[in-house]
Design a protein around this ligand. Structure first.
Ligand code: PEP
Length: 249
């Protein structure tokens, strides 16, 4: 039985004072969550997470990392910098990075390998555009995105990633994939993992992301291959995030 993971993606939101109120609200009410919990925050707030969350079971992480180890790459944040601040996770290949920053499947794969080499758990995002779903290309698109990552990882490394299936048309739109629609894609992703490593397929947490909210979380999280959620908007309100954590526990 895989443990569930609820990971918040704060995107480019927050302030020192606002974050503190949010983190305090989560810490005060989380109790004995029976699932893994993390927040993926803008890099300047990693130190705040370290200071605020170190004594808790809540992990923290970045939202992107450089493919390079170090050097003349102005504006980039390296895997070892994330590790310096105690990050456990890093989101890789979010659709906003793919679309606004032109991240290719190969770049996402290289970043995934870089994260693993540095001891981070990459949360690798895959997902189709609305036009691709309507053209019946969902399986081909997410399969291609996952294949690029699998091509650069050993079977052992593959077991140490997290995958987030995030249909792009559901992110921040209030439109959610139905539990059956999501389960179909999750099962397909797990089957693809199994072709390379049955052990990795059994172990890898596959999260759903895309307008997961307190009122739809339980139905999604009940599906056999949905091992948690990557939560955007609802991660910015302690009561919503906690309600999703409870649904996963
Ligand atoms: C996300 O940004 O990864 C996400 C799933 O956002 P939202 O929950 O707001 O759709």
């Amino acid at each position: 039985m895989r443990r569930k993971l609820i990971a918040g993606n704060w995107k480019m939101n927050g302030s020192l004072s606002g974050n503190q109120a949010l983190l305090n609200g989560i810490k005060e009410e989380i109790g004995q969550a029976n699932c893994d919990v993390a927040v993926c925050v803008p890099a300047p707030y990693l130190a705040q997470c370290r200071d605020s969350l170190s004594a808790t079971l809540i992990g923290w992480g970045g939202q992107d990392l450089s493919v390079h180890e170090s050097g003349a790459y102005t504006g980039e944040v390296s895997a070892s910098m994330l590790r310096d601040f105690g990050a456990k996770y890093v989101i890789v290949g979010h659709s906003e990075r793919r679309s606004y920053h032109g991240e290719s499947d190969d770049a996402v794969a290289a970043k995934t390998a870089r994260a693993l080499r540095s001891g981070l758990v990459p949360i690798v995002c895959v997902g189709e555009l609305l036009s691709e779903r309507e053209a019946g290309q969902t399986a081909a698109v997410v399969g291609r995105q996952l294949d690029a990552v699998m091509a650069v990882l050993s079977a052992d490394d593959l077991a140490n990633i997290v995958i987030a299936y995030e249909p792009v048309w559901a992110i921040g739109t209030g439109k959610t994939a139905t539990p059956d629609m999501a389960q179909e894609v999750h099962a397909l992703l797990r089957k693809r993992l199994a072709a390379k490593s049955p052990a990795a397929a059994e172990k890898v947490q596959i999260l759903y992301g895309g307008s997961m909210k307190p009122d739809n979380a339980a139905d999604l999280l009940r599906m056999a291959d949905i091992d948690g959620g990557l939560i955007g908007g609802a991660a910015l309100k302690a009561s919503d995030f906690l309600a999703i954590i409870r649904a996963a526990s």
